[in-house]
Every structure is written in structure tokens, then in C-alpha cells.
Ligand binder design. Sequence first.
Ligand SMILES: [Fe+2]
Length: 266
Amino acid sequence: MLIAQLSDMHVSKPGKRFGGRKDTREAFARALSRIGSLNPKPNLLLLSGDLAETGAAEEYDFIAEQLAHMSCPIAAIPGNHDVREEMLRKLPRYVIPQDGGHLSFVHDALPLRVIGIDTIIPGAVNGELCEHRLAWLEQTLEAGRSKPTLIAMHHPPVKTGFLAMDNYGIRRGREAFAAIIAKHATDIRAIVSGHVHRTILGNLAGVPVLIAPGSSLAFELDLGEQPSLNFVEEPPQFLVHTWNVESGLTSHAVFVETFGGPFPLS
Ligand SMILES: [Fe+2]
């Protein structure tokens, strides 16, 4: 069983480039084409937020047009650059509106249950886990007790040491979220997120936390005390999560671009 996770696509309006340099529309199309060429084919394409750059309708039109070519099921949660109303309008097959307006989902069709939690505060860069979402998560985990589960969210639930992005993290509900995770830690195999545009491994209540690299652009690593936030033209990547009962969950970072090879070892 295979789940492909794309994060932080930041698809722009036609003719616009991210930071004046990066064609994120092209990057998105390339990433999807690479995922389409995976063998075996993914059983789910997980989009962990910041699908669009400004949340404009025309950005989601392009995203919808590209996703229509994919043959696997797709599930999305919003990131801080997304606009829930436009996602609902333009990507209705890939998001699920919940009571309270958040776009969280449960994908129960696979041996590994996938729960996506919407962490956004509309109009803000920071994230939150409000009472509605925490209650929904608790209820959802209770209902699926003893099922192996993967949790996906846009904002990571841990600090990373990359202060420029930690400052834009979850500003409310993190302790309550951690308590829910601790309570269900035996069912939760990992928490995956996006937002930081770098591959980072952390831990919450004994559960591995894996932050996905950007599938369009990367942020420059700066672990200093007064970090700046710049993007760098490192190769775009995505994650492939595999699951089987014997080996459990494994996660692979994959480059969108192909390089020299494959060559035989001898
Ligand atoms: Fe992002």
C-alpha cells in the first residue's frame, strides 16, 4: 500500500512566478507526472496544504485540471495560503466540510487509516487547533480505535529549531492536541505535515513527526537565532509512504526530477 504526499505546491496565477523566479504551475504538473509514473501506483494522493499561492479561483482551476488526470483517490487539507471556500468550490471531490467549517477528513478505504486535520486560521500564517477540530479528532480516533492510523496536517505540531518558521507555527491548541496524540499513540504510526518546505523528523508523545519537503520550492536552512526566510532552488521533492502489517510504515523522500541513471552496479 502506497500513499504519495505532495506538500506546499503554491500554484500561482497564470504568468506569475513565486518570488519572481519559480514557475510553480509547471512544478506542480511535473510533480504529478512523476507520481503518475510510480510503480506500484499510489493508493492515495495526499495534498498537505498550500496547494495555491494566493487562494484565487484561477489557481484552483489549474489545480483541478491537473488533478483530473490522476487515476488514484485524492484527499486534501488546506494550508495557510489556501482559501477554504475556493477549495470547496473548485476541488469538491478532494475536501470534506466538517461542522464548524474546517476541512478535515478521514480516508478509511485503506489498511492504514488516514486522518487529515485542517490547522488553518483564515487569513493568518500561523495555525491553530480549535475546540471543534480537537473534538472532531478525538471522536474520530475513538471511532477507529486499534486501527493503524496516519495523521496529516499542514502546520507541524512540533517546534523544529528553524525559528523563522517556528514563529509561524500553531499558536493555539498544541498542548491539547499533544494530549490526544499521547492517548492514542499506540494507534498513530506517524504524523506528517508540510509548511516548513524542508524534510524534518521530530517526535510528539512518542509518535514520529515527519515534515514534508516542498514539492515546488525549498526554504533555505537557517538554524541561527535571527534567521531570515529565503527560498532556494533545491530540487523539489515529495514523500512516498508505504505500509504493510509486517514492516509497518516507512516514508521515502523522492525527487521530482530524474538524474543520471539508472546504471547497473557492475
Ligand atoms: Fe508553504
